[in-house]
Ligand binder design. Structure first.
Ligand code: MGD
Ligand code: MGD
Ligand code: SF4
Ligand code: MO
Length: 796
């Protein structure tokens, strides 16, 4: 263990001072197993610490139970009703609940003491730990402090701004993925009643690439597997995903599959502990030895996955390891695909993946021999320039072997936020298809706007350019989560009004528009008595299962309101003569579900079906019947050119990722236990040989500087270097500390998702301001393919 003694103080450019915490960081060796007794202990410590013993007990026993509430963490599905454990949650689920159900409250006195300027100097960690927001607050133009405001005055203020716009498209309505289906449905209805499709959401930064690729190739933008398929699979590829931290209960499903004879391949630049060995706290073996999960780990170079899957596909064709019946009956594009992969350039493949031909061939053999394969992926795939192309290659490989629409097989984008998929189903989408809008028109009798709206990146640009005047957020932390922190903050400050419906304080409240409002909602763990009756809500998980959720706890104050209440009340204050029955919706959410049943595809008899224990699964034509809703009526094999992401000498590819102790921008604590880092977050993980070549030693402090073709140098100062096993030329740092480095214009083709996982950076000795001397990065840095758009402008 090493400890850095140097304290860093002032030399910071716009970074909250308290964020510079690398002085206290401790680094130990990495863990070789996930979960186990430590996870249980940490979960209990955090839950009891924030909620107290009784509250923790009454909450956790209702978490993910049929008559309880849905976990606020990730979107991993629950087992079928009747197959659930008494403790059906993971360490990070317990942390998510504790963060919401904390007894720490934040009231008007807090805002009287802390000016906005003061709060702007605090970290996300500090802001989040101040407790639950308990009453509406306003920051009047020119004011230094937030002050209390009544709900009615808050709605009147927002209505005044909205009514004063020249056009409804000057407002934008962001959604984070925790919002219930009921709230999401009325929220999109409000935006469209107003006359805009400006409904950006966190999906734009998350699985948008998956949606784009899957709609084009299989006709529906959702994954094609159920939890039972995972259990039945014979081979599972876990690609660009760290389930031990971000979807911990997925490890139980992988363990179950292994117990039935499945093999697992992990494809990831990092060897994540959760994929090495899982110690399932639910059984005795788990608490002792655990189960080894990955049979093969391929330490792929960042951004190498397109080349990997294309190479696998070419080998499957070469070996004739194909499902010809499936290809003939259900697909189009096979001949063109075969021609394309016949020309595969293995030199480019090895340069792009950083893997040898032998390693790729070994994986391809396992794939060829498997009768039922599932490929799971997350942000390591979706947040690249060529993400859509990569996912299309994943689909190609699945189609070649007929691995769609059969038990134990399929494609599985593993969603992030607990209801991000449901929000999309309910119409939170700036490009929702016309057939959805037709249904809205027929049901409610008004003509919704047809022009596509702004997504997340386009919203930032519109704010920057003065085209968007009102920014409204249903949850989330837009400023903290978006790329290019400086540009995003400047854009937000350009708005006339910023409104956040938020449970907890975050950076988006302190980087604000001319006028700003914070509106506190009920959390999912709390009783909802809107309209004087117990209300429940519904959510959809990553595998299209929809079910009800009802919280057991008393709300943090009498002043918080449900998200449905907030939207319906705002609609009543804003819209004259609206044909939508907002007041009836607010009084009884059953009324909303009746409309969902008539408007949203696959939701007939919605309110009745969610009554069934465990809910119901939405239709998925490829999964259910091998029906593909594409223009040809067939699944589409596609061809994508293989390009190598070139990195100039002395530069690195940076990925920004999550620690084990955060949920996105909500920082639970400062321990990334599995990676051996504790006490701080400003670290950059670097290959030990690269460090040596750079002349840096463990514990040195560097500034990260990103270089992009727009010629702007973006700096994130003061990161402590940590030697860490990964392909040469690749480095990693945490989100959101490193978001400043991601250029706003650097987005994925087609999906417009920010390129959070392959940013070209250099490591400058702290405060030196000059470039590192060029060293070569071994095979990873010396690729032979063509130059790509990420090519930086500033080379020395
Ligand atoms: N506890 C907790 N749970 C969460 C979240 C959280 O913050 N905390 N966030 C939720 C959300 S919104 C989401 S979207 C998910 C995110 O879940 P993940 O996608 O697992 O999250 P990341 O930390 O971004 O991890 C990306 C993983 O991909 C790998 N990777 C990066 N680049 C590449 C690449 O080019 N190729 C390959 N093959 N691998 C790569 C990284 O090494 C890392 O293991 O988790 C959800 N669940
Ligand atoms: N560099 C980098 N940036 C990334 C990513 C990355 O991998 N790297 N990942 C991206 C991804 S995948 C995503 S999904 C986005 C996430 O972006 P967001 O969803 O916008 O961010 P979160 O941090 O999840 O939002 C946390 C806030 O949500 C509010 N909140 C929590 N629960 C509730 C609730 O029940 N109701 C309401 N109304 N508010 C609530 C709290 O105020 C809390 O502070 O970030 C993206 N940004
Ligand atoms: S796996 Fe995800 S949904 Fe399940 S308990 Fe853990 S955080 Fe919650
Ligand atoms: Mo996400």
């Amino acid at each position: 263990m090493t400890r850095l003694t140097k304290k860093v103080t002032d030399r910071l450019r716009g970074v909250p001072e308290h964020d510079i915490d690398e002085a206290d960081i401790e680094v130990e060796s990495t863990a070789h197993a996930a979960a186990g007794a430590t996870a249980v202990a940490v979960a209990m410590r955090r839950a009891v610490g924030q909620m107290g013993v009784r509250r923790a007990a009454s909450t956790l026993t209702r978490l993910n139970q049929v008559d309880g509430f849905d976990c606020q963490g990730c979107a991993w599905p629950d087992p079928d009703a009747g197959h659930r454990h008494v403790a059906e949650f993971c360490e990070n689920g317990a942390k998510a609940v504790a963060e919401e159900a904390t007894r720490q409250l934040l009231d008007r006195e807090f805002f009287a003491v802390h000016s906005v300027q003061d709060l702007a100097g605090r970290t996300e960690f500090w802001l989040g730990k101040q407790g639950r927001l308990t009453e509406p607050m306003v920051l009047r133009p020119g004011a230094t402090h937030y002050t209390p405001i009544s709900w009615d005055d808050a709605f009147a203020t927002i209505a005044g701004h909205l009514r004063g716009l020249d056009h409804p498209d000057q407002a934008t309505f962001y959604t984070s993925g925790k919002t219930s289906n009921e709230a999401a449905f009325v929220y999109q209805l409000f935006a469209r009643s107003l006359g805009t499709n400006n409904l950006p959401d966190c999906s734009n930064m998350c699985h948008e690439s998956s949606g784009s690729a899957l709609v084009e190739t299989i006709g529906i933008g959702k994954g094609s597997v159920t939890l039972e398929d995972i259990h039945q699979a014979k081979l599972l590829l876990v690609v660009g995903q760290n389930p031990g931290t971000n979807h911990p209960r997925m490890l139980s499903a992988l363990e179950e599959a292994k117990s039935r004879g499945a093999k697992i391949i992990a494809i990831n630049p990092l060897q994540e502990a959760g994929l090495v060995r899982f110690k399932n706290p639910q059984n005795a073996k788990g608490l002792t030895v655990g189960t080894a999960l990955a049979d093969l780990h391929l330490p792929i170079r960042l951004n190498g996955d397109l080349a990997f899957f294309q190479a696998v596909g070419s080998l499957l064709v070469e070996w004739d390891a194909l499902d010809h019946d499936f290809l003939d009956q259900y697909t189009t594009g096979f001949d063109a695909y075969v021609d394309h992969v016949a020309d595969l350039d293995w030199i480019k493949v090895e340069a792009s993946t950083g893997l040898t031909r032998a390693q790729i061939t070994e994986a391809a053999r396992m794939i060829a021999e498997s009768p039922a394969t599932i490929t799971c992926w997350a942000m390591g795939i979706t947040q690249h320039h060529n993400a859509v192309g990569t996912i299309k290659e994943i689909v190609n490989v699945a189609l070649l072997q007929g691995n769609i629409g059969k038990p134990g097989a399929g494609v599985c984008p593993v969603r992030g936020h607990s209801n991000v998929q449901g929000d999309r189903t309910m119409g939170i989408w700036e490009r929702v298809p016309d057939h959805f809008l037709d249904k809205v028109r027929d049901e409610f009798g008004f003509e919704p706007p047809r022009e596509h709206g702004l997504d997340t990146v386009a919203s930032i640009e519109a704010l920057r350019d003065g085209k968007t005047r009102v920014f409204f957020a249903m949850g989330g932390n837009f400023v903290g989560a978006a790329p290019d922190t400086e540009a995003t903050e400047a854009a937000m400050r350009n708005a006339a009004l910023t409104v956040h419906v938020s449970t907890k304080l975050n950076r988006s409240h302190v980087v604000h528009g001319g006028e700003a409002l914070i509106l506190p909602p009920l959390g999912r763990s709390e009783k909802d008595l809107t309209g004087g009756r117990p209300q429940r809500v519904t959510v959809e998980d990553s595998m299209s299962a929809v079910h009800a959720s009802q919280g057991p706890l008393d709300p943090p104050s009498e002043h918080v309101r449900s998200e449905v209440d907030i939207i319906c009340s705002l609609a009543l204050a804003t819209l004259d003569d609206s044909p939508v029955p907002w007041a009836a919706f607010r009084d009884d959410y059953t009324e909303i579900r009746r409309r969902i049943a008539r408007v949203v595809p696959g939701c007939a008899s919605y309110d009745e079906k969610v009554d069934e224990p465990g809910g119901f699964v939405l239709p998925h034509p490829p999964r259910d019947n091998r029906v593909f809703d594409t223009p040809s009526g067939r699944a589409v094999l596609t061809t994508t050119p293989l390009e190598v992401l070139e990195v100039p000498k002395g530069r690195f590819l940076l990925q920004t990722m999550r620690s084990h102790d955060q949920f996105n921008t909500t920082i639970y604590g400062l321990d990334d236990r599995y990676r051996g880092v504790s006490g701080g977050r400003r670290v950059v993980f670097v290959n030990p040989d690269d460090l040596r070549e750079l002349g840096f030693a463990e514990g040195d402090v560097v500034d990260l500087v990103s270089e992009w073709r727009d010629g702007v140098e973006r700096t994130a100062p003061s990161f402590r270097v940590v030697p860490y096993d990964q392909p040469r030329g690749c480095v990693a740092a945490y989100y959101p500390e490193a978001n400043a480095l991601v250029p706003l214009g650097s987005t994925a083709e087609k999906s417009n998702t920010p390129v959070y996982k392959s940013v070209v950076v250099r490591l400058d000795r702290e405060g030196r301001g000059g470039a590192t001397d060029g060293g070569s990065h071994g095979s990873a840095g010396q690729s032979t393919g063509s130059h790509r758009v990420d090519e930086p402008h500033h080379l020395s």
